[in-house]
Write a protein that binds this ligand. Structure first.
Ligand code: GLU
Ligand code: ZN
Length: 281
């Protein structure tokens, strides 16, 4: 059975792009007689606003979606800690005390996903008086797991290549896990078989595939969908001032009609679905 999920972070209200993402997850599961899960990813420390989870549920209902909710990330911290300890014992993590400013001062390489950590702390004795994050030692991981592949429904078979991220943080200084560790563990624990999310998170799946191998987790398939664009062909982003789903709902807009127009790619503010770059059509 196909199990998909929609996994929003309660850092801000949901927007059209989230609606589209939820609809993709919902419809792929529904059309296959599967299940769609809602998971609130609320371990973002100070940025997390728990009251938004209720707003999200109302938004999804307004769009006419049905789902099963699984426990929020904040209730699963013990599993993140256990996995981090295992990775540490395997020699796959190292502590990093660098601040953002220290990393920037080294003029690091910038990958598609932002700054690539230059590895300063790797193999160094770290100062126990400074707060440390734990980073994935990608070289050690690659030496251990070898070449791995994963399947994207649109882009096809991918060879797991973590270079866009480099030695990512798996345990943050201010949180018990990073997105990568938490989401990978949760998708496995929740029995997700098809990870649906925006193509902006495509590269993250390379990292997640490595983590699955290291931790002996089942390997799902992925479906990275296209992103909504605004009239200028730019990715629709919150900061560009588009109304949230809650704003639209409260203004009396018909959520089911909105969902229908998103489904057929007819966007209410002149947005188009981009061509998927790896799609072989
Ligand atoms: N919580 C993530 C976000 O809101 C989604 C992660 C995912 O779908 O894997 O961006
Ligand atoms: Zn460091």
């Amino acid at each position: 059975m196909i199990v998909t999920r929609f996994a929003p972070s309660p850092n801000g209200s949901l927007h059209l792009g989230h609606a589209y993402s939820a609809i993709v997850a919902h419809d792929l599961a529904r059309d296959a007689g599967g299940r769609i899960l809602l998971r609130i990813e609320d371990i973002d420390g100070a940025r997390s606003r728990p009251e938004l989870a209720d707003e999200f549920r109302r938004d999804l209902e307004w769009l006419g979606l049905e789902w099963e909710e699984v426990p929020a990330q904040s209730t699963r911290l013990a599993s993140y800690e256990a996995a981090a300890n295992r990775l540490l014992e395997m020699g796959m993590l190292y502590p990093c005390t660098c601040t953002r400013a220290e990393i920037d001062a080294l003029e690091p390489r910038i990958g598609a996903q932002g700054v690539i950590y230059p590895g300063t702390c790797k193999g160094e004795n770290f100062d126990p008086d400074r707060k440390a994050a734990l980073r994935l030692d990608v070289d050690a991981v690659m030496a251990k797991v070898g070449q791995l592949s994963w399947q994207d429904a649109l882009a096809g078979e991918q060879v797991a290549d973590p270079r866009e991220f480099g030695d990512v943080v798996l345990v943050r200084k201010d949180a018990p896990a990073s997105y990568h560790l938490a989401a990978t563990l949760d998708d496995a624990a929740d029995g997700v078989t098809l990870v649906t999310r925006g193509q902006d998170l495509f590269a993250a799946s390379h990292i997640h595939r490595l983590l699955q191998e290291l931790l002996g987790l089942p390997v799902p398939r992925w479906h990275h969908h296209g992103l909504l664009l605004d009239e200028d062909g730019k990715k629709l982003a919150k900061r560009r001032g588009s109304p949230s789903l809650a704003d639209r709902r409260e203004a009396g807009e018909d959520g089911k009609a909105l969902a229908e127009s998103l489904r057929i790619g007819q966007m209410p503010c002149g947005i188009t679905l981009p061509h998927y770059p790896h799609e072989g059509t």
